[in-house]
Ligand binder design. Structure first.
Ligand code: PLP
Length: 357
């Protein structure tokens, strides 16, 4: 059987959740499990995250999957609902909505009594300069004040555009606007921290923090490793050597014959490719790990296979190769591919076998 495998380490997930608790001891934790728990598989992650206070997802379908698995924690739809009819499921499943534009307010108000009676909070989104979702400062104060007057419990919510960057000027603007609105709407619940902000700005933890990537043990920062942040990779992505070749100087390997050997070498073929979610475009040299030893990928990544250099290594047929995990960090694979760990994790395909550790 083809052995391309994704292992989910539940202990690492729990460890990372505890790190959030250490960093934000007074805030409730909304664990972000959108995009199938950042590609890790919701059903394999929710058990380890059971101590979380709530979940955050991007749409109704993701919330319904969590309810179908039997988890009863509050769930926030971080983009709110996309059409009026979704309010029925929201109420049936005790989901909390973000509101970021006027039509969503109308859809919510149409079910005002039912929503309030269920004790559900409304997350009102501030656009403080990211310019994706939300009401601008002047409008949001009015929106929150009228929602409160109607009996809704509101959470002022915001998302940073540059929490991973130390000196971006927008950070101060976003903080100032958030604090201004918060002050104008007191008493009000508040939430603005994703993973990077949880690490950097403990003073902004407020009532709810919304960690995503740190739960999965990848770094939100380009220049701070998971070891520095004291978080542990949750996903190990592995495959096996399925063929060995000895090639002479001048021979090429793989599609396009982009790699031409300068010397005699031993190469191994590993059963992994872009059909599994492993990225094909590597602007920089990329590596895999064999028992902790980094080994170069040679030639192009194909749909189902890659070739690696095993010259001088003890790597017989069946050897397990780590594409990313504890030794070869997903953040480093992403950097070699000109992207971020988030993207590689989220675009895992359904093909690899999934196992829980
Ligand atoms: C609104 C919101 N909050 C929190 C998060 C979690 O961010 P991170 O994965 O960087 O912790 C996201 C992720 O995109 C988000 O969109």
């Amino acid at each position: 059987m083809r052995q391309a495998t994704v292992y989910i380490d539940s202990e690492a997930l729990q460890y990372n959740l505890n790190r959030v608790k250490q960093l934000a001891p007074t805030a409730k934790i909304v664990s972000m499990v959108k995009a199938n728990a950042y590609g890790h598989g919701v059903k394999d992650c929710l058990g380890a995250l059971n101590a979380t206070d709530a979940f955050g997802v991007a749409c109704l379908a993701e919330a319904l999957e969590i309810r179908a698995l039997g988890y009863q924690q509050p769930i926030t739809l971080i983009e709110g609902i996309f059409s009026a009819d979704e309010m029925i499921s929201v109420l049936e499943n005790n989901l909390e909505v973000v509101v970021h534009h006027q039509p969503q307010l109308t859809w919510l108000r149409a079910h005002k009594k039912h929503y309030i009676d269920k004790g559900l909070k409304v997350w009102v989104k501030l656009n403080s300069g990211m310019n994706r979702l939300g009401f601008k400062v002047a409008e949001i104060i009015e929106v929150i004040q009228s929602l409160k007057a109607e009996g809704f419990t509101c959470v002022l919510a915001m998302h940073f555009a540059n929490a991973d960057a130390d000196h971006h000027p927008l950070n101060q603007q976003q903080k100032d606007q958030f604090l201004q609105v918060k002050a104008a709407c007191e008493p009000i619940l508040a939430s603005c921290c994703n993973s990077a902000a949880i690490f950097k700005w403990p003073e902004l933890n407020f009532d709810f923090v919304r960690p995503g990537i740190m739960l999965y043990g990848a770094s939100p920062f380009a220049d701070r490793s998971v070891a520095e942040l004291d978080i542990k990779p949750v996903m190990s992505f592995t495959a096996e050597i399925i063929a060995l070749n000895h090639i002479q100087a001048g021979e090429s390997v793989g599609y396009g014959s982009t790699f031409v050997s300068k010397n005699e070498m031993d190469i191994a073929i590993v059963s992994i490719g872009y059909g599994d979610g492993y990225p094909r475009a590597f602007p920089q040299q990329n590596y895999v790990s064999i028992h902790g030893q980094m080994t170069a990928i040679i030639g192009r990544v194909a749909m189902d296979m890659i070739a690696i250099d095993v010259t001088g290594l003890d790597a017989p047929l069946g050897t397990v190769v780590e594409l990313w995990g504890k030794d070869r960090l997903v953040d480093d694979v992403a950097a070699a591919n000109g992207t971020i760990g988030y993207e590689l994790l989220c675009r895992m395909s359904a093909r690899p076998i999934r196992k829980k550790l």
